[in-house]
Design a protein around this ligand. Structure first.
Ligand SMILES: NC(=O)c1ccc[n+]([C@@H]2O[C@H](COP(=O)([O-])OP(=O)(O)OC[C@H]3O[C@@H](n4cnc5c(N)ncnc54)[C@H](O)[C@@H]3O)[C@@H](O)[C@H]2O)c1
Length: 428
């Protein structure tokens, strides 16, 4: 097996760590259409921060699609976003399938890792591979689906330590893929009975996460009106053995997966004549939270008698979650838009992103907190990066005007200490 050649197509948060893992045992080539990304990887630079020792890895990085034709296994890990109407945008998946189809070795196995709705691999991707390659699936090439379950920035649950679900277009392919992934994933593999089962298994992981967060966000909205602290309620409820407290936290849902994947399933459900209600209700609550965060700040500033158009809010952290430089679908962008609708000035402090990325991506200036004076009327701790630990409440207080408001979404700071220091403190 170890003389097999593998090509990973799409070298982002998923594809690069996968290439790194396979390169410990196999001859690996990494293909991406983004020339800048390939140049950076060739120079051992990875903006995602997911792979640390790039210089010691033996991976051939390339933009040349012909290299794909040397591979016995082609693994596709390209983005699966949604469009403005929240329908699946299969553009990258279709384009990758075209490139792979046009460069497919006889007898190769093409494995999709991108998150899709059940049926997508066989209904959308396989026909493209067949058309472009001129080969028949099951005869000239085989297909598999093995969803990626990696959690960026999580140094504990690394790719090799997460059981890999594998599936294939026939039994022989399933066994081949179980051997391939099983040879590098120490946690082992789970053989799904079909490609559709594996596709569905992945998507419901994220539907479930989205709904659990939506449930707690709704509880947080209710408890806020009742004057109860949500985290204190969760701590008490979590003492029951089956509450699964690790699953339930209020928060902002952004990124490339949890807030996106449910729409892949709901669009497929609509296509087959079922109108999903619970899944979309969860999405609506999680989408509402950006407005709620902005309105909380506005209401507090209004209650203090501050003139909104003369007030300035600092957003600490803009990325979709703590400690990753990933800005995709970060709800901070919507918080900024809502604050601006009320006439507020908005600045950001995001040490994980270059200034031009903040200005282009979010339309706000990225300031250096250490150089800031007493400038802000309110602060929102949006992505609670570890890097913020060096700024205690005393440091923050020195950056604030009179009667400062602190919207601390994840209770990064202590409520009591913040109030003792004179902050008007709010959290979810
Ligand atoms: N990021 C995560 O945490 C995560 C976790 C599990 C699953 N997934 C799923 O994995 C897939 C990939 O996500 P990601 O976060 O790695 O995306 P990403 O945007 O970080 O990386 C995708 C890469 O694919 C490249 N690409 C786009 N079109 C291409 C094409 N036609 N040919 C070759 N390369 C192409 C892009 O240039 C980019 O480098 C998605 O379906 C996502 O839902 C992501």
């Amino acid at each position: 097996m170890s003389n097999q050649k593998i090509c990973i197509v799409g070298l982002g948060y998923v594809g690069l760590p996968l290439a790194a893992l396979f390169s410990t045992t196999y001859d690996v080539c990494g293909f991406d259409i983004n020339e800048k990304r390939i140049e950076e990887l060739k120079n051992n630079k990875d903006f995602t921060g997911e792979v640390e020792d790039l210089e010691n890895l033996n991976i051939e990085f390339t933009c040349d699609p012909h290299k794909i034709s040397h591979a016995d296994f082609v693994i596709i890990a390209v983005p699966t976003p949604i469009d403005k109407a929240k329908n699946p945008d299969l553009g990258p998946l279709e384009s990758a399938s075209k490139i792979v189809g046009a460069n497919l070795k006889d007898g190769a196995v093409v494995v999709y890792e991108s998150t899709v709705y059940p049926g997508c691999t066989e209904e959308i991707c396989v026909p493209i591979l067949e058309r472009e390659s001129g080969k028949k699936c099951g005869v000239g090439f085989k297909v598999g689906y093995s969803p990626e379950r990696v959690n960026p920035a999580d140094k504990e649950h690394t790719i090799d330590k997460i059981i890999k679900v594998v599936s294939g277009s026939d039994n022989d392919t399933l066994e081949k893929l179980a051997d391939l992934y099983g040879s590098v994933v120490t946690a082992g593999v789970h053989k799904a009975s079909s490609i559709k089962v594996a596709e569905a298994a992945k998507i419901i992981e994220n539907v479930k996460r989205d709904l659990n967060i939506a449930l707690v966000n709704e509880l947080a909205l209710i408890f806020e009106k009742l004057g109860i602290n949500t985290r204190e309620v969760l701590a008490a409820a979590g003492t029951k053995w089956n509450f699964n407290s690790g699953e339930y936290h209020p928060g902002m849902v952004g990124g490339h997966c949890i807030g996106i994947d449910p729409y892949y399933l709901t669009s497929k459900a609509l296509e087959v004549g079922y109108h999903p209600q619970v899944i979309l209700a969860g999405r609506a609550i999680n989408e509402y939270m950006a407005r709620h965060v902005a309105e909380t700040v506005v209401k507090e500033l209004g209650a203090l008698g501050k003139v909104l158009k003369d007030s300035c809010v600092l957003i600490m952290g803009l990325t979709f979650k703590a400690n990753v430089p990933d800005t995709r679908n970060s709800q901070s962008k919507r918080v900024i838009e809502y604050l601006r609708e009320f006439g507020l000035g908005v600045l950001a402090f995001e040490p994980l992103l270059p200034n031009d990325a903040v200005e282009e991506g979010f339309g706000v200036k990225n300031i250096d907190l250490e150089k800031a004076g007493k400038e802000f009327d309110a602060m929102i701790i949006f992505s609670p990066h570890d890097k913020f630990k060096k700024y205690d409440l005393g440091v923050l207080k020195n950056k604030m005007k009179e009667n400062p408001v602190l919207m601390d979404i994840y209770e990064f700071y202590s409520k009591k200490e913040a109030e003792d220091k004179g902050f008007i403190y709010r959290c979810l």
